[in-house]
Write a protein that binds this ligand. Structure first.
Ligand SMILES: [Zn+2]
Length: 87
C-alpha cells in the first residue's frame, strides 16, 4: 500500500489557458547576450511621446536605459517603447 501524496492541481479544477506574450529582450550589439545590468546614474530617461513603434504598435512613452552587458561588458543604450494606456 502506497501513501497518497497530493500533487498538482485539485480535482476538478480547470486548467486556465493564459495568453502567451512573446518577448524579445534587447541584445548586446557586441556579443548578442541578453543579460545586462542597468547602469545607475544615467537612466532611465523617459519621454512622454505617443506614436507607433517600428512594429506598428502604439506607445505612449519612450524610455532609454544605459546598460552594461554581463557577458562582455559592452555599454549600450536600450530604447524601449512603452504603452501605458489610461495614464
Ligand atoms: Zn556583450
Amino acid at each position: 500500500m502506497s501513501a497518497k501524496v497530493k500533487v498538482g492541481r485539485p480535482r476538478g479544477a480547470k486548467t486556465k489557458i493564459l495568453p502567451v506574450v512573446v518577448m524579445s529582450r534587447g541584445r548586446c550589439p557586441k556579443c548578442g547576450g541578453t543579460e545586462r545590468t542597468v547602469v545607475k546614474g544615467h537612466s532611465p530617461r523617459e519621454m512622454a511621446h505617443a506614436g507607433a513603434d517600428p512594429g506598428g504598435q502604439t506607445y505612449t512613452h519612450i524610455v532609454w536605459r544605459h546598460c552594461s552587458c554581463d557577458a562582455c561588458g559592452q555599454r549600450y543604450v536600450e530604447k524601449i517603447y512603452e504603452n501605458r494606456p489610461g495614464k
